[in-house]
Design a protein around this ligand. Structure first.
Ligand code: NAD
Length: 369
């Protein structure tokens, strides 16, 4: 099968880390008979400059037809004053919306060589491997009514609506249980059922999906505030943690910092399974932004982008062995002491973006020999 991939490098360090992803793709094609049809297009500020839009309909069509989209990063200070619909981020939001990417997967994985980079004690994070599953298209960021209203006395009132339906909760729960089945078999589900109706519905629907479809797995309900506390107290108790859009936004950022640097962390956003093919629309991206402070200087860490490609192999292309190969190559380069600036430690060897790419390709070559 030929995988149809769309690369959207975007702005700032996006093109620099995407160039390393491209090199890894070429390596896979040459050494693992990995057949892919790779297209590339514009998104974000660069798209605004060249087309007047944060993403064109043509690029959207390609994204909709792709097995997976590999996204770099968007944004930069030169577009900060743009009107809302002319912001680079609108390109990413349109991708998420039109592809109906409702499940955001954020692994928090601590490579042994980087345990010292965490703000927690090494024994708390060494070997850490959590998957946070965040509902991405519902909840309080989208619920109606929403807005700010002026009252008769001149003061103002603001409203956001937290809203979830049975089906929205069930489909994200299934994503979490399916992942847990391939991992440690445990799902924590976080909400606020003690004070919120949506929390009660969330807990009941997740329980229903568990009892009717995944009884072989372990489900643990946890209040979201307790989950935030447990993530810094004893993070290794978690395997898969599923939660709503708002709590997921916060908990996934918290979990990612357990592992050190933004430059290390991949993510995936998945849509509903197609009834005919069983495949999901998918977008893979490093969690970092366009890092304007280091853009164009060959300083960015490309590991988050390369680990995003590993997630793409695992979740969209059913190539667990390929994913593992990339993750092991990253691990061995870190064990050998190579570091980009963001993860630099005393006594280690500083490398550039391309230098890190070179080292990862070399590690792949050794693994293939
Ligand atoms: P950022 O993630 O771009 O950078 C935060 C800090 O981390 C910077 O000091 C940067 O140099 C460093 N950093 C980030 N990624 C790195 C990497 N791979 N290697 C080495 N260092 C790295 O966040 P920000 O500064 O808040 O935002 C900058 C721009 O990116 C803004 O325009 C913002 O809107 C945008 N942004 C885009 C996305 C996205 O495309 N998904 C996400 C977040 C922010």
């Amino acid at each position: 099968m030929t995988a149809k991939l769309l690369l959207l490098p975007g702005d700032g360090i996006g093109p620099e880390v995407s160039a390393q992803v491209r090199r890894v793709l070429d390596w896979l094609a040459k050494n693992r008979n990995f057949a892919f049809d790779l297209d590339e297009d514009l998104v974000g500020g660069i798209s605004l400059e060249k087309t007047g839009l944060p993403i064109t309909d043509k690029a959207m069509e390609k994204a909709m037809a792709a097995d997976a989209v590999l996204f770099g990063a968007v944004g930069g200070p030169q577009w900060d004053k743009n009107a809302f619909d002319k912001k680079p981020e609108r390109g990413l939001l349109r991708l998420r919306k039109d592809m109906e990417l409702f499940a955001n997967l954020r692994p928090a994985l601590c490579f042994p060589a980087l345990t010292d980079a965490s703000s927690l004690k090494p024994e708390l994070v060494s070997g850490l491997d959590i998957m946070i599953v965040r509902e991405l298209t519902g909840g309080v960021y989208f619920g109606e009514p929403r807005g700010i209203e002026k009252l008769a006395d001149g003061s103002r009132k603001a409203v956001d609506t937290q809203l979830y339906t049975t089906e929205e909760v069930r489909r994200i729960a299934r994503v979490a249980f399916d992942l847990a089945r391939k991992r440690g078999g445990v799902v924590h589900s976080a909400e606020k059922s003690n004070v919120m109706h949506t929390g009660v519905l969330w807990r009941e629907e997740v329980t229903h999906v568990h009892e009717t479809e995944y009884e072989d797995l372990k489900l643990i309900h946890i209040l979201a505030d307790n989950a935030a506390m447990q993530l810094v107290r004893n993070p290794k108790q978690f395997d898969v943690l599923v939660t709503d859009n708002l709590f997921g936004d916060i908990l996934s950022d918290e979990a990612s910092m357990l592992t050190g640097s933004l430059g290390m962390l991949p993510s995936a956003s998945l849509g509903a399974k197609d009834a005919k093919t069983g495949k999901s629309k998918a977008l893979y991206e490093p969690i970092h932004g366009s890092a304007p402070d280091i853009a164009g200087q060959n300083k960015a860490n490309p590991i988050a982008a390369i680990l995003s490609l590993a997630m793409c192999l695992r979740y969209s292309l059913d190539d667990e062995a390929g994913a593992k190969l990339l993750e092991d190559a990253v691990s061995s380069v870190l064990n050998a002491g190579l570091r980009t600036g963001d993860i630099m430690q005393a006594g280690k060897t500083a490398v550039s973006t391309t230098g890190m790419g070179d080292a990862i390709l070399k590690a792949l070559d050794s693994a293939a020999r």
